[in-house]
Design a protein around this ligand. Structure first.
Ligand SMILES: [Zn+2]
Length: 270
């Protein structure tokens, strides 16, 4: 996955390219992969000894973190902003997904700071266990499935705290068009890319209930220099870019809260 020439292997779920059971897979950094490739060119019969101390620890109980401001017109209708709390155990998980967590909280702070009382309930959900099974996301969807509330929209930030470019939308045709009609409002900030596309892993299970799903779309050029590596540390996050992303999220949720989205079955696929 790496795009930089560095010594950071990208952890995460690894699947073997060879469909042979019992062969372990490991991630290598770009520099180490080049080194290995050069060794193999010199000696095609090269043998390599790899020692690995990875292990699975026992399961522990954990939780999603949820906060909300009750809607003053439709308290049982939810506009959701979320991100995931967990990260891989290298680095800080600053871009993946500390940035999204902070932005989701910031959406709520922006509403309060501007004195906006949402018509629908503004709910912030910080999902647990995205990286290793998405159990927080499935548990949240299971509760939504009980049908006590309606989700107007779910918005996720999990692409890093980089400069926002717009949103990726997984919704029905008329809902997509309604959001795209707001492009002129985002255009002055170059956040006007409002295209159909993948929204985010944690809100994905809500699609079953025809919830319009939206992902914050950010400049993707540097993400894979940090993603799932020891290099994903706080100093890599630009404060201004992080703020701009949160402001983009708050703006879109404000518009949806004020004007609503057309009701329809979700037709587009991820
Ligand atoms: Zn993530």
């Amino acid at each position: 996955l790496g795009i930089e020439e560095d010594d950071f292997p990208h952890t995460g779920s690894v699947t073997s390219a060879l469909p042979i059971p019992g062969i372990a897979s490991v991630a290598a950094s770009t520099n180490h992969a080049v080194k290995l490739s050069n060794w193999l060119k010199k000696d095609p019969h090269l043998q390599l000894y790899i020692e690995n101390d990875c292990k699975m620890l026992p399961e522990v109980l954990s939780y999603n973190v949820v906060a909300e401001v009750k809607g003053n017109a439709f308290p049982k209708s939810i506009i959701l902003a979320g991100a995931h709390l967990d990260s891989w155990d290298m680095g800080h998980g600053a871009h993946d997904d500390g940035a999204g967590v902070v932005q989701s909280i910031e959406v709520m702070r922006i509403f309060r700071a501007l004195g906006i009382k949402p018509r629908n309930t503004l709910r912030i959900v910080l999902f647990m266990n995205e990286e290793n099974g998405m159990r927080g996301a499935y548990e949240y969807a299971r509760i939504v499935g009980k049908g006590h509330e309606r989700h107007v929209v779910a918005l996720e930030s999990d692409a890093g705290g980089f400069s926002p470019r717009g949103f990726r939308i997984n919704a029905g045709e008329a809902q997509l068009e309604a959001i795209q009609s707001w492009a002129p409002l985002f255009q002055p900030y170059l956040m006007h890319h409002l295209d159909a596309g993948f929204s985010g892993a944690d809100i994905g299970p809500l699609k079953e209930f025809d919830v319009p799903l939206i992902g914050l779309y950010v400049d993707p050029q540097r993400y894979y220099g940090y993603h799932h590596t020891a290099a994903d540390t706080f100093d890599k996050v630009n404060r201004r870019e992080l703020h701009m992303g949160a402001a983009a999220m708050a703006s879109l949720l404000f518009l949806i809260d004020k004007y609503g989205l057309p009701e329809e079955q979700v037709l587009l696929s991820e």
